[in-house]
Design a protein around this ligand. Structure first.
Ligand code: GTP
Ligand code: ZN
Length: 347
């Protein structure tokens, strides 16, 4: 759990978790707040898991309290909740505080949505689900996801699906030099799903991917209860089951069918790509430790792009002690520049 900011505590007069102050009626109501994790958002109603991992873990429904104002609350947020937090049918609790976020995954405004949005908070891994065929992989889209993740300080796992249809080697070759972990799956190979589970265990992972890449198939295999089959029609409404486009957090079982959970899988049905106008070069650079050190020697304001005068990264490749090193450095620099360039490309 993220530690609450000191000034927030001062403002609400709440003792630390370990505080020994006795509870009394004089204390502000918020002192009785419980902490919870936002697992779903739907039209102003927030699904919150409280007392996670304890005997009385439960999911409650809450709304934003007035003091939160217009601050957005997103899936992955840790919040303090007051009021009726029993989770009993028909109860509605109030979110009075959003705890400091350890990461925010953003998307820039685009044609369909004029506002920059935080998609998910506090996730530590972005899983880019890409089919090896049907639909054909689009490296531009993968690059943009990698940039968005690095900007947010998240790791990237590239999950290549439909391995029965095409060879994963070329894409592996393109992304492993970027420090991207690659895992290959196929629907009819349960062990490949377990390899994905291993990498998600104990972490909070956001899955993104274009329609048809097999993301639902993968999530259903990882989290059977989710039953996120596409094309399933609701008997009552006659519409697809998942008309909502907001993110949803699902608990990851430690093994197929296990009652024990370790980690969260966040599905993002509405997010197909990321606008990247907000991304800073320095954040992308920070994900390439070797280049980051070298770029410290660049002229002020260096763009580090192909045409940047006196970019220290070019000199670093030039100064390679041998051919092997030169090949590695050339590939690293080309990958980094490809990512930088993807910020400008539309997808
Ligand atoms: N050949 C092959 N097909 C697969 C594999 N995994 C999934 N598919 C098929 O690909 C199609 C799309 O899979 P979904 O899981 O619905 O894809 P999705 O990414 O969730 O797509 P949306 O629901 O549109 O977002 C389905 O017909 C799946 O049966 C695989 O490993 N190999
Ligand atoms: Zn430079």
């Amino acid at each position: 759990m993220a530690r609450r900011a000191v000034d927030e505590e001062a403002r609400f007069g709440r003792p630390s978790k370990r505080g020994s102050r006795p509870r009394s009626k004089q204390r502000p109501e918020h002192a009785d707040a419980v902490t919870g994790l936002i697992v779903g958002v739907d039209r102003g109603r927030y699904r919150v898991v409280v007392d996670e991992g304890e005997a009385d873990e439960r999911e409650i429904v809450a709304m934003k309290a007035r003091e939160i104002g217009r601050t957005r609350v997103v899936v992955g947020d840790l919040v303090d909740v007051v009021g009726d937090t029993s989770g009993a049918e028909g109860t509605l609790a109030r979110i009075v505080r959003i705890q400091d976020r350890t990461s925010v995954l953003r998307r820039t405004a685009d044609d369909t949505d004029p506002y920059e949005r935080i998609v998910v908070a506090n996730a530590d891994q972005l899983v880019v689900v890409t089919a090896l065929a049907q639909p054909e992989p689009r490296t531009g889209m993968i690059d943009r996801c990698v940039v968005a993740a690095y900007d947010a300080g998240m790791d990237v796992l590239l999950c290549l699906t439909k391995a029965d249809l095409a060879d994963p080697a070329p894409l592996r070759g393109l992304y492993e030099p970027l420090g991207v972990d690659v895992v290959v799956t196929r629907r009819d190979d349960a062990t490949s799903v377990e390899e994905v589970r291993e990498r998600l265990r104990g972490r909070t992972s956001v899955l993104v991917g274009h329609s048809g890449v097999g993301k639902s198939t993968l999530i259903n295999a990882l989290v059977p209860d989710a039953r996120r089959a596409t094309g399933v029609v609701n008997d009552v409404t006659g519409r697809g089951r998942h008309t909502s486009t907001s993110a949803v957090a699902l608990r990851l079982p430690v093994a197929p069918g296990a009652d024990e959970y370790d980690g969260w899988v966040i599905d993002t049905p509405g997010v197909r790509s990321f606008g990247l106008a907000h991304v800073e070069v320095e954040h992308v650079l920070a994900a390439f430790e070797d280049l980051d050190d070298v770029a410290a020697e660049c002229p002020r304001g260096c763009t580090h792009l192909d045409d940047a005068p006196d970019c220290a990264l070019d000199e670093w490749v030039e100064a390679s002690p041998d051919d092997e090193t030169r090949a590695v450095r050339t590939a690293r620099l080309a990958s980094f520049r490809r990512l930088l360039a993807s910020r400008a490309a539309a997808d």
